[in-house]
Design a protein around this ligand. Structure first.
Ligand SMILES: Nc1ncnc2c1ncn2[C@@H]1O[C@H](COP(=O)(O)OP(=O)(O)O)[C@@H](O)[C@H]1O
Ligand SMILES: [Mg+2]
Length: 394
């Protein structure tokens, strides 16, 4: 199915970014967090980008997860360079061909040998150039922005963007809009939280999940294709969507299945959909459990501590080391803890995320929900089924 358009949300954010909203400071940078697969990238590219363009803004979009092995700073620079290329157009390209090293565009001298190779230091210049040659404000949308914090070059790029923003924007005139999204609020927080953070003082907003309007849209689709199913129970659809963690892809796939003539369903499809959602949730959790049980004891202890402490997690403080020792049953040195953290980070898919400053967090925030659910149910820690004892090979 085609994406459900979120026009109203996009319009609201455009006004906020332009500094037109009465409250808030989105013109200083908009930070949006929402769990994985809830539709952030789809919204940023399919709704926000066109809405900004319609408002006369040049948009640069870059997803730092698109290629996680590439340096984030470089990815940002390349995205800007790509947007710049058509703007510089003939002037620069012919200058380059003619062997000219510098060319003046919009009052700025451009080193033609560097075009397409904008590095962290010249991000500000590149953005200024893009703004001047286009004569329009520029919006830079950085998807999965927390990934920038995993390398020093990425951190430098974030600081460069902040300084670009301060140079290009004046009260009443916003020429550089920054939008950063992330799947994990705690990680995104590191961009804005401490005094040393590049965007200190900005707020992280929860990007609203798809809601009743999306469900209503889906209900209309079903009712038009299958008039025999009118009226669709939207409340039950919404409930199933929530159990699917508000992830449209899984929801739509399950919907397709229960509506398929092959499903051989005799009753209503809504309860079957809810049942599918519960099964998916159970299988997601079973997956996490088996992954956890497959870890070595020190890795389990480290992960447990991270689950318990969340953003307060400190890997090597005395309390953490005591905790590890309690769980493992013998002393765990800093070196051993570090080795466990590294192993968790190197797994495919990785369980642990590390910033350039050596801060650790869980790669997938959904694990926290799993952990809290089990603690509340008195089912933590997971127990290996009989005959399958966790072996510690250290
Ligand atoms: N507005 C939407 N309407 C319909 N399906 C959507 C919508 N947004 C997302 N999806 C579905 O959910 C999947 C995940 O969305 P995505 O934008 O990649 O999430 P995120 O960036 O938050 O991880 C998409 O591939 C698409 O199938
Ligand atoms: Mg995404």
């Amino acid at each position: 199915m085609i994406a459900f358009q979120r026009t109203v949300l996009a319009q609201g954010l455009v006004s906020a970014l332009q500094g037109k909203a009465l409250l808030g400071d989105a013109h200083n940078g908009l930070f949006l967090a929402a769990p994985r697969r809830t539709g952030k990238s789809t919204f940023l590219q399919g709704d926000l980008r066109p809405a900004l363009q319609a408002a006369g803004v040049v948009v640069v979009y870059v997803d730092l997860w698109a290629d996680a092995r590439r340096d984030p700073g470089q990815l940002i620079a390349e995205a800007i360079a790509r947007a710049l290329e058509p703007q510089l157009g003939l002037v620069a390209r012919s200058a380059k061909k003619a062997g000219l090293e510098k060319v003046k565009v919009g009052g700025l001298e451009v080193d033609t040998s560097r075009i397409g190779k904008v590095d962290g230091l010249t991000l500000t210049e590149a953005l200024r150039l893009l703004h001047q040659t286009s004569g329009q404000p520029v919006a830079l949308i950085i998807d999965e922005a927390q990934h920038a914090l995993t390398s020093e070059a990425g951190e430098a790029a974030m600081s460069a963007l902040k300084s670009a923003r301060d140079q290009l924007n004046q009260p009443g005139s916003v020429n550089l809009m920054l939008v950063m999204s992330g799947s994990d609020r705690d990680k995104l927080m590191r961009l804005v939280h401490t005094v040393a953070a590049p965007f200190y003082g900005s707020q992280i907003q929860r990007m609203p999940p798809l809601g009743p309007d999306f469900i209503a849209h889906v209900a209309v689709l079903i009712e038009s294709q299958r008039p025999d199913l009118q009226p669709v129970d939207q409340a039950l659809l919404q409930e199933a969507f929530e159990v699917f963690g508000q992830r449209p892809q899984f929801f739509m796939a399950a919907l397709g299945q229960v509506l398929s003539p092959l499903a051989g369903l005799s009753g209503r499809f809504e309860p079957a959909l809810l049942e599918a959602a519960r099964q998916q949730q159970a299988s997601d959790e079973a997956q996490m459990e088996s992954e956890y049980l497959g870890l070595k004891l020190t890795e389990q202890a480290v992960l447990w501590r991270m689950l318990e402490q969340g953003p307060r997690y400190r890997p090597y403080d005395a309390e953490a080391l005591r905790f590890y020792r309690d769980k493992v049953g013998r002393p765990v040195s800093v070196a051993l803890a570090q080795k466990a953290l590294e192993a968790l980070r190197q797994r495919m898919p990785a369980l642990v995320w590390k910033s350039a400053r050596g801060e650790y967090a869980l790669e997938d925030a959904a694990m926290h929900r799993w952990f809290e659910g089990r603690v509340a149910a008195g089912q933590w820690p997971p127990q290996p089924s009989q005959g399958l004892l966790a072996l510690d090979e250290e």
